[in-house]
Design a protein around this ligand. Structure first.
Ligand code: NAD
Length: 390
């Protein structure tokens, strides 16, 4: 019985190297860096003492790893993920699970028909470790907040410069990245939306393509959502606004919760809003309310906590923070926002996966991905890219 997990990381770029260094520095108990893989030999030099491979096929065959993390550009998540599952290696996929719903389905189908039944299949949903969102989910699930009436998320603190978009040839292209702010920055919030509130039934969205940057994909989106119980939602995001906002506001039958900055603020009504609205004999009074300070501690363990949880799931059977099959929800929500824009109409969920994939094929066919040269971004400020956490 093994006591450590030997992880192989595919893609030693910004994120993959970040994970690799955390493991090498011993920050993840019971996890070792077994091997690294990158198609760019220069990137392998970032982990000079770790065996390096040019392809994930060689790494999977090496016998040096028990588990794999896929931290490559997004289309390869599907391909490498399927190969890893077929090889019987525990698999952790960076967000997003795949670019579109049909690719997610392929990956999930590979997992469902795996031969190794104890295989662990997870996604890097690091923002699920944030105590504010965990607490909100707990309050929603316990019924304390009552029925959800409205959800608003303004997530505009994903500011990115033109230099960022020029830093990798795959970035911000239909053929390379598969989208813009909805595909790279917002998978965290799109996952949290479905994790907290479930998926809406209808989406009407307006994405704007290259509104602020010289890119072909969306760098701004405003979406209107409708849920099965009649609740509505608005989701606003962009990478072109500074200073940005990260404010999640949830109006429920027992008041309003705001997640913004530190902690969670809940203005709790002393009775159900729906009861007061129907039964009050006065025209203008509001339900009495209490301010409830819900304590939360910090931002959670984020990436390292998910890595630790992955190791614990492999070694001890611990419940996963982010089971990979759940990743299809956030992808479908982002796809719905894009399709609503392209089709210029309200779309209903569940989406027709084949229709979405066909739309992607059209976008890929006209993508300028191959024409755009990769340039180097100045300054090593990758850590500051996690602003959308706060
Ligand atoms: N969880 C988070 O907070 C977070 C933050 C940033 C990025 N990410 C995700 O991490 C992934 C990588 O993003 P990044 O910013 O590190 O990109 P990057 O461009 O810096 O790195 C990608 C690396 O993958 C390599 N590569 C490409 N195709 C490959 C293949 N087929 N086999 C092996 N190596 C290959 C490239 O050479 C490059 O070194 C993406 O899925 C991205 O969305 C997650």
């Amino acid at each position: 019985m093994s006591t450590t997990v030997r992880l192989g990381i595919v893609g030693i770029g910004n994120m993959g190297n970040g994970h690799a260094q955390n493991i090498l520095q011993g920050k993840i108990p019971r996890m070792e860096l077994g091997a690294v893989c990158d198609t760019d030999p220069e990137k392998l030099k970032r982990c000079p003492k770790t065996p390096g491979f040019a392809t994930h096929h060689e790494m999977l065959k090496s016998g040096l790893i028990d588990a794999i993390m896929v931290a490559t550009p997004h289309y390869d998540h599907t391909v490498i993920g399927i190969d890893a599952i077929a090889a019987g290696v525990h698999t952790l996929i960076e967000k997003p699970l795949s670019v579109h719903k049909a690719d997610c389905q392929k990956l999930i189908a590979a997992y469902e028909k795996r031969t190794r039944k104890d295989l662990v299949f997870a996604e890097m949903f690091n923002q699920r470790t944030d105590p504010r969102y965990r607490k909100l989910r707990e309050l929603l699930r316990s019924g304390e907040l009552g029925e959800i009436r409205r959800v608003n998320w303004i997530i505009t603190d994903w500011y990115r410069t033109e230099t960022y978009y020029a830093s990798g040839g795959w970035r911000a292209t239909w053929a390379g990245e598969g989208g813009g702010v909805l595909m790279n920055q917002c998978p965290h919030q799109l996952d949290l939306m479905q994790w907290l509130f479930g998926l809406p039934k209808k989406v009407r969205a307006h994405c704007q393509f290259g509104k602020w940057h010289d890119i072909e994909v969306e760098d701004a989106c405003t979406a209107y959502l409708e849920y099965a119980n009649g609740a509505t939602g608005v989701f606003i995001t962009t990478t072109g606004e500074a200073p940005g906002t990260n404010r999640l506001e949830v109006a429920c039958d027992r008041g309003r919760v705001v997640v913004e900055g530190d902690g969670l603020q809940w203005i709790r009504t002393t009775e159900k809003v729906s009861d007061h609205l129907r039964t009050s004999k006065q025209a203008f009074n509001c339900p009495d309310r209490w301010e409830v300070k819900v304590p939360t501690n910090g931002w959670g363990g984020q990436h390292n906590e998910v890595l630790q949880n992955f190791a614990d799931a492999i070694l001890d059977g611990k419940e996963l923070i982010g089971p990979a099959p759940e990743g299809i929800g956030g992808v479908e929500l982002g796809n719905a926002m894009l399709m609503s824009t392209l089709w210029d109409r309200t779309v209903e969920l569940p989406l027709d996966a084949a229709a979405v994939a066909a739309e992607y094929q059209k976008l890929i066919a006209k993508s300028r991905h191959k024409a755009k040269p990769a340039a180097k971004a100045g300054g090593d400020d990758f850590a500051s890219s996690f602003k959308g956490m706060k």
